[in-house]
Write a protein that binds this ligand. Structure first.
Ligand code: SF4
Length: 330
């Protein structure tokens, strides 16, 4: 199942947000309780493309925003989704600030029965580092308090799992190691949560702010590689959007393909790479930045096949990317 925008307003102003300003400007009634329930029911009856992103994913849904927890009928809507999708893995993407309210967290954990994950983004190891990215003073302390409440609820047998997301870009890549150390110090039982490091996506506000954010995948991966020792302390650690050839061998099993095929591309250099099947390749928007020259095939197939394979793979990647764009435009 797809990404479902639960609510279009947010109380953070993250510099790398993948939404455009137009999204938040839409009338809130488009995301109200009644409209959301109607949409879900139409989707479950198979009525066409109700949700745009990841529409082909069958086994989980992501509730996104804006900030989903700000929805005026958040609990009613959440309970409805859980009731209609009792077995589906639900992931709630949040800035974590509302969980700073203990009562809110306790109520949430009663409704969010497994399989359920709340994914909270942290942008640095200190208030100044995090708030600079989140665009709101005081955001860090609320987010950290929110995580504390979630972990306290989990110990009491609460129903959700916790994922901590680190979106990496030029403004916070220098914080990566310190942020992991901070997590271990503040939340010293990493077996209770998953950590995901994500190379930022060039979309929405992140596209508009790209001059400030621009970071080569090789630089991002270099920092991740240099932090492998610390990463090993987290039993469940994942990497999103990293081509396998840029990541240390010991970290490659942590890489996941999360974007749909139409949002990824394998440039000519990938021809003959034996890792291609399991590799996320490059994000299409990143490919357009021409910052990807460091990729290199892992154990290439025989040279005699390379010319044909190279042309076919590139052509096929470009065609599927173009086809996807055309579908979205029509
Ligand atoms: S060469 Fe291409 S397919 Fe191979 S690991 Fe690098 S990005 Fe992935």
């Amino acid at each position: 199942m797809p990404d479902i925008p639960f609510w279009n307003k947010c109380n953070n102003k993250c510099v790398m947000c993948t939404n455009l300003g137009e999204f938040a400007a839409q009338p809130p009634s488009r995301y109200g309780l009644k409209r959301q329930i109607e949409k879900l029911e139409r989707y479950l009856k198979g009525f066409g493309r109700i949700y745009l992103k990841n529409a082909d994913k069958a086994d989980f849904i992501s509730l996104t925003g804006g900030e989903p927890t700000l929805h005026p009928d958040f609990f009613k809507l959440l309970a409805y989704f859980r009731k209609r999708l009792p077995e589906t893995d639900i992931s709630l993407l949040s800035n974590g600030r509302r969980f700073a309210d203990k009562g809110f967290t306790e109520r949430f954990l009663k409704i969010a029965r497994p399989p359920f994950t709340v994914a909270v983004s942290i942008h640095g190891s200190s208030a100044s580092a995090h708030d600079r990215v989140a665009g709101i003073k005081g955001a860090f302390s609320r987010t950290v308090k929110g995580l504390e409440n979630l972990f306290a609820g989990l110990k009491g047998g609460g129903g959700a799992g916790v994922e901590i997301r680190l979106v990496l870009h030029r403004l916070n890549i220098g914080e990566f190691k310190k942020t992991l150390a901070f997590l271990l110090e503040r939340f010293p039982a990493p077996e209770f949560y998953r950590v995901v490091a994500i190379h930022y996506e060039i979309e929405g506000l992140a596209f508009e702010n790209h001059k400030r954010l621009a970071l080569k995948l090789s630089a991002s991966a270099g920092t991740v590689n240099a932090t492998a020792g610390l990463i090993a302390k987290f039993p469940d650690f994942r990497l999103y959007h990293f081509p396998l050839c840029l990541v240390k061998k010991e970290l490659r099993s942590k890489c996941r393909i999360t974007l749909p095929a139409e949002d990824r591309i394998y440039p000519p250099k990938c021809a003959g790479c034996r890792a291609r099947k399991k590799c996320p390749g490059l994000m299409l928007e990143y490919y357009k930045t021409q910052l990807f020259h460091q990729i290199k095939p892992i154990h290439t197939v025989s040279q005699s096949n390379t010319f044909t394979t190279l042309n076919l793979l590139t052509l096929s990647s470009l065609l599927s990317a173009c086809r996807a764009r055309i579908i979205l435009l029509t």
